[in-house]
Design a protein around this ligand. Sequence first.
Ligand code: ZN
Length: 244
Amino acid sequence: MRYAIFSDVHGNLQALESVAKRMDQLKVDRRICLGDVVGYGGNPNECVERVAQIADLTIAGNHDHAVLGTTDVGYFNSNAQAAVFWTREILRERSREFLGDLPLVAGEGYLFFVHGSPREPERWHYVLSTPEADLNFEYFDTDLCLIGHSHRPFLATKRGEDQCTVRALNEDRILIEEGSRYIVNEGSVGQPRDGDPRACFLILDAEERSAKIERVPYDIAGAQRAILEAGLPPALADRLRYGS
Ligand code: ZN
């Protein structure tokens, strides 16, 4: 079974279409979306519709809950808040229903899926530091936990009781070794923040127990135009060019 794991589309339809095309080229069997379909970008309804079409399973993200009003946006920065308020205005009923039905966590085989962190998924913690990653290994039972949320691809590896090691993830191949446990952040489709502006997702071969980050160029100018035409803060368009 070959999986494509993707998340943090954030209303960026141009990035999502390029990623969907690459998934087809790579002959993926199962597509899992780890949340944040909306927020920041100019095409939230179109992205919900497309994710509903292509994903076999979608997990809820904090921005999905924010536009539904089911999580506090007090800790969002002003640009993120502006995007939430605009998205609330234009979100169609069908999109709301889809986002409202998403689970916070799911699992299959040796995989566990969550948007932010296995520890208190509903509180949207960021897993950025080694101690935070290490703590999270207590909150899932499988070999491999897949997360999104920070928009920065990384790999945390835990062997036995030792503290885990964490490293940023490039496009190199990772092996999921028996006896070790892992947390993998698969990056962001629609708003990468690791300095590489290309859309990002993960390919995972469950039998081979290997995984690899994929980076896909997309029509950044088109995504920027959609943000500006929506009247959203220009900073949200600018950052796409830098992947920041
Ligand atoms: Zn996000």
